[in-house]
Design a protein around this ligand. Structure first.
Ligand code: HEM
Length: 226
């Protein structure tokens, strides 16, 4: 007999806000870089917001809601293989949070975005814009970091975002799974025994405090450049 389903909170509000803010800021920073000129002020601002968001997500991956924790979506290679062969064990809950493929793209996105922010801090476009921390590296190092930032780093992120959205469309059309709804409302229809992510006032206040701390840290780091 099928177990009755009920709405279970999977994506807590901080994770959902993180996701949609990150998406807006990443798209905005690509667009502002393409426009160039005066729009570069926005490229810098959005880059700093992405920096603070990434720092927040690292902390939230350690102390956030159950399904936002890294521990819930770091999979052993054998589990990934079983998932790909459609042989998940009944006790495994691979489709509740990030499934093994989704987890791979999440980590790849987070790492590439961190590399993009990190290289941007030391970049120099040889015209009028330099990263805020450029004075801490040699010209040669800055030029290597700029190369990554403007070439491979940028294109890898664009490719991964396209793949990310394509995968979500594939799950919707091919597998009849709506992943976007839960990223908006937080809930999935699941058997009652599936653990929910904590998403009460305490968790949200903690997230806010962490985000403010991360923003302050980014502000301080950027100010070191003078
Ligand atoms: C620049 C654009 C985007 C970036 C950088 C991005 C990045 C991410 C990241 C980092 C996560 C993991 C969330 C977490 O655990 O914290 C994620 C998940 C997700 N994103 Fe995006 N995203 C982007 C655009 C979009 C768009 C346009 C959609 C909707 C079509 C979307 C739908 C989703 C969904 C549904 C998930 C959850 C996937 C799952 O259930 O495993 N994303 N995204």
């Amino acid at each position: 007999m099928n177990k009755p389903l009920q709405a279970v909170r999977v994506w807590d509000l901080p994770t959902r806000c993180f996701h949609w803010l990150l998406a807006v800021c990443v798209i905005g920073s690509v667009v502002s870089a393409k426009i160039g000129g005066n729009a570069m002020v926005w490229h810098f601002r959005l880059g700093y917001v992405v920096f603070a968001l990434l720092a927040f997500r690292i902390l939230w991956g350690l102390v956030g809601g159950h399904w936002s924790r890294f521990a819930s979506f770091i999979y052993a290679p054998s589990t990934v293989l079983r998932y790909l062969r459609g042989q998940a064990l009944p006790r495994e809950q691979l489709d509740v949070g990030h499934n093994p493929l989704g987890a791979f793209s999440v980590f790849a996105l987070l790492i590439l975005l961190a590399a993009q922010v990190g290289t941007g801090l030391f970049a120099d476009d040889d015209i009028s814009n330099t990263g805020p921390l450029i004075k801490f590296v040699s010209g040669a190092t800055s030029s290597e970091l700029t190369k990554w930032h403007k070439n491979i780093g940028q294109w890898l992120i664009i490719a991964l975002v396209v793949l990310h959205v394509a995968a979500i469309v594939f799950y919707f059309v091919g597998k009849r799974q709506n992943l976007v709804g839960p990223m908006l409302t937080g809930d999935k229809l699941l058997p009652a025994h599936v653990p929910a992510s904590a998403d009460g006032a305490r968790a949200r206040l903690l997230a806010l405090a962490l985000l403010v701390g991360c923003a302050a840290l980014v502000g301080w780091l950027v100010s070191l450049g003078g």
